[in-house]
Design a protein around this ligand. Structure first.
Ligand SMILES: CC[C@H](C(=O)O)C(=O)SCCNC(=O)CCNC(=O)[C@H](O)C(C)(C)COP(=O)(O)OP(=O)(O)OC[C@H]1O[C@@H](n2cnc3c(N)ncnc32)[C@H](O)[C@@H]1OP(=O)(O)O
Ligand SMILES: [Co+2]
Length: 132
């Protein structure tokens, strides 16, 4: 794991949360992007070499909708930048962790992503990210 790529925050209303985080960060988000395959609309704020990723559900079956229904708004995942996502997937599987996808899939912000089950990491959903 090279660095924290982003912290994902689940929100009910992306526009309202953008206003909140514009004020919190003292800077505007630099992009919004919908990733329909993940059922999310996202917006990104730069903070040093990392980012804040706000995520809202685009449909009731979205993982974000389920998360908010069960746990309310809040920190949803920690994303780490890796140089070789496939090698990291294999390394983590060899360590006995459950990967939620065996191959990288398309993420936001021009990334390939993969996720590890939160129950295997003390209740934290871990995301791996690599530039496309
Ligand atoms: C566009 C990509 C973007 C990017 O950065 O590029 C993203 O970050 S997309 C983010 C949204 N996509 C995902 O989260 C994909 C991976 N997530 C999943 O596959 C599911 O959400 C999963 C498996 C984590 C949970 O799904 P499940 O259907 O099992 O839901 P449950 O509510 O039954 O959860 C089981 C168990 O896990 C706890 N849980 C669920 N989500 C989280 C979480 N984010 N952090 C910590 N814990 C989580 C949930 O509370 C249940 O535990 P329990 O003790 O039974 O309550
Ligand atoms: Co993410």
């Amino acid at each position: 794991m090279k660095r924290i790529e982003h912290i994902g925050i689940a929100v009910k209303d992306l526009e309202a949360a953008n206003k909140t985080y514009n004020a919190v960060m003292g800077a505007e988000h630099y992009k919004t992007e919908t990733v329909e395959s993940e059922g999310v609309s996202t917006s990104f704020f730069k903070v040093g070499e990392s980012k804040i990723e706000l995520l809202a559900a685009t449909n009731p079956d979205s993982p974000i909708a389920k998360f908010i229904e069960k746990r309310g708004e809040g920190i949803h995942h920690m994303a780490f930048y890796v140089d070789d996502i496939q090698a990291e997937i294999e390394r983590l599987k060899d360590e006995g962790f459950r990967l939620l996808n065996d191959q990288p899939k398309t993420g936001a912000d021009n990334k390939l992503v993969a996720f590890m089950h939160p129950k295997d990491a003390n209740g934290v959903l871990i995301e791996l990210c690599q530039d496309k």
